[in-house]
Design a protein around this ligand. Structure first.
Ligand code: CP3
Length: 356
């Protein structure tokens, strides 16, 4: 029996993703991080950000912090999407006040020097973090593994940092198609192996973050967001057919419907812009919906937060296959009390099953 079989009956998150009616589960993107004083304390002890990601004891500790404080239904692996370029052999730095900085891939030759075998070797501490998390948590709290999706990781590898116009990445998409296909194929290989090892190490749901999905036109979206996702899902499902995969193709809008149907994902994490009634009615009932409170509204709190959370619960909690979350990650200056209140609210507003 896999970890999924064992806890599907008691984990509200896994129940919801499997279509069983039960309490509405809640977890929050970036729930571990700088808004928590206890995170800042561990972060200061760890040294650099990647030193924290590659220290299984400390990474497990910060992943569990939000569970202890708020009793969320899932703990997400503490790591970053940029461990993939790091494992492939492209250096990644985190600069204070700037965020991630990579030395951008220049051409096909730089690409040929990268090696997917680094995933199992270099990311061994990440797998150990998951083992520790699964060992430390009760069965009702699910463990979520994740990766960046190929397009968003490729953006960082080509641009070197977050960008406004994405001109370098797009010049590969539209002008260097052959090399770009090779980069995406390498990322599909690395990400598939990475996710499969995560499940072997204790992950019970997988989330694919495609933060920059919205910057491509429709044809490129299908080619470089949808199809690579579908191929990764197929590889993971061939090994672990019952582990739910949720995708977050941020800003995909009307493309979400076809994306959900054609990729084989079990769920879509909808961003804040996605209309609630549209998500309820236009995504197939088999597709789980996760979302979508504006992280700024969580930061603001008070009546605005209560209204927005109530609207989300009213539209989606009765749908089945719904997971309460944000539309994007928690902002670093969010008061932890707002998060505690939000979790309480979701439980109060729940129209499905009472918790025991
Ligand atoms: O609770 C969790 O969600 C924990 C794990 C997690 C982190 N990053 C930790 C992190 C996850 C799932 C991510 C995903 C991630 N990382 C994404 C996709 C989701 C999204 O927000 O769109 C992206 C694009 C990244 C890349 C990244 N990592 C950026 C742009 C930054 C800098 C911005 C920032 O907030 O500092 C990071 C750093 C990062 N990743 C931090 C954390 C807790 C902050 C690092 C610190 O402590 O200084």
């Amino acid at each position: 029996m896999t970890a999924v079989d064992a806890s599907v009956s008691i984990s509200p998150l896994l129940q919801a993703l499997n279509g069983r009616m039960g309490p509405t589960p809640v977890w929050l993107m970036r729930q571990a991080g700088r808004y928590l004083p206890e995170y800042r304390e561990v972060r200061a002890r760890a040294g650099g950000f990647f030193d924290l990601c590659y220290n299984p004891g400390l990474a497990c500790e910060v992943a569990l912090q939000p569970i202890r404080r708020f009793g969320l239904d899932a703990a997400i692996l503490f790591s970053d999407i940029l461990v993939i370029p790091d494992a492939l052999g492209q250096g990644v730095r985190f600069d204070e006040g700037v965020g991630p900085v990579l030395s951008p891939l220049s051409d096909g030759r730089a690409l040929a020097a990268l090696d997917a075998d680094g995933v199992e070797r270099r990311l061994a501490p990440v797998f150990e973090t998951l083992e520790r998390m699964r060992g430390a948590l009760p069965p009702e709290t699910a463990v979520i593994g994740f990766s960046g999706a190929p397009w968003t990781i490729a953006v960082y590898m080509l641009e070197g940092r977050a960008s406004r116009e994405f001109l370098i990445a797009k010049s590969w998409v539209y002008g260097r198609r052959e090399e770009f296909s090779r980069l995406i194929a390498l990322l599909e290989e690395a990400i598939s192996r990475y996710l499969i090892r995560q499940v072997e190490s204790g992950a019970q749901m997988l989330q694919l973050f495609d933060t920059w999905a919205m910057v491509l036109d429709d044809a490129a979206f299908v080619e470089w967001v949808e199809k690579p996702t579908a191929r990764i899902v197929a590889r993971v499902k061939a090994r672990f057919p019952r582990v739910p995969v949720v995708a977050f193709p941020r800003g995909a809008g009307a493309s979400l419907e076809g994306f959900a149907r054609r990729t084989g994902v079990d769920g879509i994490s909808i961003d804040t812009r996605t209309p609630l009634a549209w998500a309820r009615d236009r995504l197939r009932p088999e597709t789980a919906v996760q979302g979508n409170l504006d992280p700024c509204i969580l930061r603001i709190g008070g009546p605005a937060m209560r209204r927005a959370a109530a609207a989300i619960m009213a539209a989606l909690s009765g749908r089945g296959r719904f997971v309460f979350n944000l539309g994007h990650g928690i902002l670093p200056d969010t008061p932890p009390d707002h998060v505690a209140e939000l979790v309480r609210l979701v439980r109060e507003l729940d129209t499905t099953t009472e918790r025991s």
